[in-house]
Write a protein that binds this ligand. Structure first.
Ligand code: NAP
Ligand code: ZN
Length: 349
C-alpha cells in the first residue's frame, strides 16, 4: 500500500483536517496519478456532512481531479508517464451490463463505484477521493486532458461539466433550442457555458440578483431573477429544456410552467430532502416531462473534455489552499462561489 496525505472529514459535524490514507499498489491496468488540482462540488459537502445517507468516516471527498501520471501498470495502453489526466465521479463499474456496454457506466446495473465513499474491491474498504496527493485508478476511468486547457480550470469539468453536458446532449440541445439553467453555481455556470457553446438560446434563472452581469458574460442571452414573480410570468411556456441545478428543495412548479408544450425539465441538483411535489396539471396540460440525470459516462466525458479544448471552455474558478476547505464549504452554502472552488494540492504537505 502507498501512504498518501489527504484531507478528511472525521465525522458529519467535525471540520475536515489532515489525514493519511492508503492507496493500493498499482495493478497491471492501473494509472498512478499525482493530484494537482481538485474541484469542490456541492456533493462533497452533502457527503462529508452526512446530508445524504451512508457516509463512511473518515471521508475524503473530491471527484473533480486533474493530475499528472507518475506510473502506469504493464497492461496500460492509453496513458504515459508525465501526461495530464483527469478522474471524475467514478473509478469502476461492472463493465458487462447493458448500461456499461452503452458507455453509461454511471447507470451500471451493479452500481458504479464512486470516486469516494464507495466499496473498494481492491482494498476491501471504501474509496477515498481527490482531496489527497495521489490516486490509483483503472485506466478505463482515467480521462485525457488536453494541454490547451488550464489544468485547474479543467478540474470542474470532471463533474460540473459532464453533469450538465450529458443531459444537454441526451435531450439534443443545439442551435435554436430554448434552454433554461436554474442556479448559477458550479454546475449552473458550466450549464450556461456549454449550452451557449452548443448554439442554444440560454436563459439563466438565479436567486442572486448580483449574479446577473456574470450570467450574461458566461453566455446567457437572458437572466431572470427567479424571486421576481412578474419576470417569471413573462417567461411562461417559452422554453424547450431546463436543467435545474439547485442544491436545496424548492417549488418545481415555478420552473415547470416555463416549459413550452413537450418541454423537458431535468433535475441534476440533489437536495438531501425532497422537493414539494409538483402540480400534476402543470405536466399534463402541456405534455411536459420531469426527468433526472446522473453525471455522465466515460466516453461522453472524454467527448465533453475534447469539445471544451476545441472551444476554449474551462470553469470560472477560485483556487484555494487545502486548509481553506471548511471556509469554502460555508461560502458554498451562501451561494458565494464564483463559480467553483478548486483546491491546489501543492498546498497539502
Ligand atoms: P453550488 O455551486 O452550491 O450551486 C448551487 C446553486 O443553487 C447556488 O449557487 C444557487 O444559485 C442555487 N441555490 C442554492 N440554494 C438555493 C435555494 N435554497 N433556493 C434556490 N436556489 C438555490 O452547487 P453545485 O456543486 O453546482 O451542485 C448543485 C447540486 O447538484 C448539488 O445538490 C449537488 O449534489 C448536485 N450534483 C448532482 C450531480 C448529478 O449527477 N446529478 C452531480 C454533481 C452535483 P443562485 O445563487 O444562482 O440562485
Ligand atoms: Zn460533483
Amino acid at each position: 500500500m502507498i501512504n498518501t496525505l489527504a484531507y478528511a472529514a472525521p465525522s458529519a459535524t467535525a471540520p475536515l483536517g489532515p489525514s493519511t490514507i492508503a492507496r493500493r499498489e498499482p495493478t497491471a491496468s492501473d494509472v498512478h496519478i499525482e493530484i494537482l488540482f481538485c474541484g469542490v462540488c456541492h456533493s462533497d459537502l452533502h457527503t462529508a456532512r452526512s446530508e445524504w445517507p451512508g457516509t463512511l468516516y473518515p471521508c475524503v471527498p473530491g471527484h473533480e481531479i486533474v493530475g499528472r501520471v507518475v506510473a502506469v501498470g504493464s497492461d496500460v495502453k492509453g496513458f504515459v508517464v508525465g501526461e495530464t489526466v483527469g478522474v471524475g465521479c467514478m473509478v469502476d463499474s461492472c463493465q458487462h451490463c447493458a448500461s456499461c456496454a452503452d458507455g453509461l457506466e454511471q447507470y451500471c446495473e451493479s452500481g458504479m463505484v464512486g470516486t469516494y465513499n464507495a466499496p473498494d474491491k481492491h482494498t476491501g474498504g471504501y474509496t477515498f477521493g481527490g482531496y489527497s496527493k495521489a490516486i490509483v485508478v483503472d485506466e478505463k476511468f482515467v480521462l485525457h486532458i488536453s494541454d490547451k486547457l488550464d489544468p485547474a480550470g479543467a478540474a470542474p469539468l470532471l463533474c460540473a461539466g459532464i453533469t450538465t453536458w450529458s443531459p444537454l446532449r441526451h435531450w439534443n440541445v443545439g442551435k435554436g433550442s430554448r434552454v433554461g439553467i436554474v442556479g448559477l453555481g458550479g454546475l449552473g455556470h458550466m450549464g450556461v457555458k456549454l449550452a451557449h457553446a452548443l448554439g442554444a438560446h440560454v436563459t439563466l434563472f438565479t436567486t442572486s440578483a448580483n449574479k446577473r452581469d456574470d450570467g450574461l458574460k458566461l453566455g446567457a442571452d437572458e437572466v431572470v431573477i427567479s424571486t421576481d414573480p412578474d419576470a417569471m410570468a413573462a417567461k411562461a411556456n417559452s422554453l424547450d429544456f431546463i436543467i435545474d441545478t439547485v442544491s436545496a428543495p424548492h417549488n418545481l412548479d415555478v420552473y415547470l410552467s416555463l416549459l413550452a408544450r413537450d418541454g423537458v425539465m431535468t433535475l441534476v441538483g440533489a437536495p438531501p430532502t425532497p422537493h414539494p411535489s409538483p402540480t400534476v396539471f402543470n405536466l399534463i396540460m402541456k405534455r411536459r416531462s420531469l426527468a433526472g440525470s446522473l453525471i455522465g459516462g466515460i466516453k461522453e466525458t472524454q467527448e465533453m473534455l475534447d469539445f471544451c479544448a476545441e472551444h476554449g471552455i474551462v470553469s470560472e474558478i477560485e483556487v484555494i489552499q487545502m486548509k481553506e476547505i471548511n471556509g469554502a464549504y460555508e461560502r458554498m452554502l451562501k451561494s458565494d462561489v464564483k463559480y467553483r472552488f478548486v483546491i491546489d494540492l501543492a498546498s497539502l504537505s
